[in-house]
Design a protein around this ligand. Structure first.
Ligand SMILES: *[C@@H]1O[C@H](CO)[C@@H](O)[C@H](O)[C@H]1NC(C)=O
Length: 158
C-alpha cells in the first residue's frame, strides 16, 4: 500500500512539474499552431501535442489496428521543471492508439524514487489525461501539455 501511494505521489509530482503554468511559455517548445504531422495525428486522436518531443523524425501508424511506431532519431531526455524530474523517450516509441486512448506504450520512462518508471498507457478523459504506470494512474489537465518539449543534450546526431 505504501508503495502504491509512493508511486502515485511520484506520478502526481511528475505531472505537476510538467505543468508549467500558461503565462510562462517554454521557449524551446513548438507553438501549438504548427504541429508536425505526427503531432497533428495526436490531435486527431484527441491528445495534446505535448506528449511527444518536437524532434520526431518519422512515424508509422496502422489506421486499422492503431499500432504506431515513432522514430525520434536518438534517445531523448527532457528535464521537467521546477523539480528536475528526468523523463526519457527511447529512440523508438511504440504503442497502440485509438480515439482517446494510448495503450501498450513502450519507450517512455520517468526517473523518480531511484528507479525508472515506465508510462504504459495514457487516456483522455474530459479535460484531463490519465497516465498509467502499471496499475497506478494519475489524472492531469490536458491543457498543460499544449506545447511539444525539446530534447536535451543531443550529442550523437545532427
Ligand atoms: C494493420 O492492422 C491490421 C489489423 O491488425 C492488419 O490486418 C494489417 O495487416 C495491418 N497492416 C499493416 C500494413 O501492418
Amino acid at each position: 500500500m505504501a508503495k502504491i501511494l509512493l508511486s502515485f505521489s511520484f506520478v502526481f509530482l511528475f505531472l505537476v512539474s510538467h505543468s508549467s503554468q500558461d503565462p510562462v511559455p517554454n521557449p524551446n517548445a513548438n507553438p501549438k499552431s504548427s504541429p508536425t504531422p505526427v503531432h497533428a495525428e495526436l490531435t486527431n486522436f484527441g491528445f495534446p501535442i505535448g506528449l511527444l518531443p518536437n524532434s520526431v523524425l518519422s512515424y508509422t501508424l496502422n489506421q486499422t489496428s492503431g499500432d504506431f511506431s515513432v522514430d525520434l532519431g536518438d534517445a531523448c531526455k527532457i528535464t521537467l521543471p521546477p523539480d528536475n524530474y528526468l523523463a526519457t523517450y527511447s529512440k523508438k516509441v511504440t504503442g497502440k492508439i485509438v480515439k482517446g486512448r494510448i495503450a501498450e506504450i513502450d519507450g517512455i520512462r520517468v526517473w523518480a524514487f531511484f528507479k525508472w518508471w515506465s508510462i504504459t498507457g495514457i487516456r483522455s478523459s474530459g479535460d484531463n489525461l490519465v497516465f498509467e504506470v502499471g496499475m497506478v494512474t494519475a489524472k492531469y489537465p490536458t491543457k498543460n501539455f499544449d506545447a511539444s518539449p525539446a530534447c536535451e543534450g543531443r550529442h550523437s546526431s545532427s
